[in-house]
Design a protein around this ligand. Sequence first.
Ligand code: DUC
Ligand code: ZN
Ligand code: ZN
Length: 470
Amino acid sequence: MKTLIRNGSVVTPQGVHMMDVLVEGETIAALFAPGPTSDDLAGSVVRVIDAQGKYVIPGGIDAHTHMELPFGGTFASDTFETGTRAAAWGGTTTIIDFAVQRYGERVQDGLAAWHEKASGNCFIDYGFHQIIGGVDDDSLKAMDELIDEGVTSFKLFMAYPGVFYSDDGQILRAMQQAKNNGSMIMMHAENGIAIDVLVAQALARGETAPINHGLTRPWETEQEATHRAIMLARITGAPLYIVHMSAKQAVHTVQEARDLGLNVFGETCPQYLYLSLEEQLGAPGFEGAKWVCSTPLRAKAEGHQDELWRYLRTNDLSIVATDHCPFCFKEQKELGIGDFSKIPNGIGSVEHRMDLIYQGVVEGQLTLERWVEITSTTPARMFGLYPQKGAIAPGSDADIVVYDPNGHTSIGIDKTHHMNMDHSAWEGYETDGHVDLVMSRGEVLVDEKGFHGTKGHGRYLKRSLSQYLI
Ligand code: DUC
Ligand code: ZN
Ligand code: ZN
């Protein structure tokens, strides 16, 4: 099967170029300047897609999702089937989800359980990071084994004592292992021991509303943990990727480390760029539960959101992922009525990341090239998928999005909403731009006629080591 995407502007981190893209089978075969060669070719190819006036970009890569994550006595509400379908609708063609090992379990069993959940159910390609919830001799050894299976990054938690938490000694040991085997340590950087004390004290004072989730996780707990993680990484020489950063002070600490030449990277998420403690988490009654996630939304009055956009421009934040971890309001978020600490932590955004970050281009926060870089190309490089993914180049997988800058997207539960949740954290958001067509390895998943994806089309991606380290 041959497809020619004609007359579009191909956007990559290197620039914006009028190019026609020839797809043969599952991969990109060639790029042509529009003109006679392309005209000749158009007659012979089976399918021509007109991208006049539109951007042709590599499919989005969401490097941080949690399908079916067990959390707070319930499970994230998207399965790999519903979550990857929603991702495809929004122009994301690869996810990297987190397999879970909890204390007392074998790491290999945790990974096998995630393969079981995903295999045969995905509409787009997927890889795994591994959460290590219990660092010990066996799990350290397992890290080496997993690398051979294409799992080259490991997430540790400085928060959630008694659940996923690792102490500093465990973190140090895991980092030493990562330094030796070349893998990446991903860190949930919040001081969970201090947070648990603040939470217990707030509840004892009768402060039970959702906003207290944010108030008991002040920016100092994020910056302190970020600094500590960087120091531990520095002792070991291991690379460090800090996930879901929301506090400007914490990112400043990342900036300082990067200025010293350390391999420290920061990730943020759309919710931290747009939403806030006052407006969303502080919504009346129990409504704010929809926006309970960790790290928490930060105060707009303190200027975090604008600073995070700036750090995206300066590359002190390298990636925008979603931390997609959806829970329904009914029966899931409601577990925390009368006790904010029982609200399952998470927001669903996998469907909207590409549009929400494109809005940053519209509003002058980012260039077009940077939009593609932080949503696709850098995630591919960071997690060992480049140039199979994250590129519009001969030989790369034909994961392609045709994006209409003159289109419009209305986000809301009755509008564009395919995630398995009963509400949208982005209800009422209107963005310029529209995902017109989504292709995954040459197969059109979404076009103007609707959804054409096939469950099981998505393949497991065995990832290489991070390409920022070699
Ligand atoms: N943060 C969330 O908001 N949800 C899942 C886990 C996490 O670290
Ligand atoms: Zn986390
Ligand atoms: Zn997460």
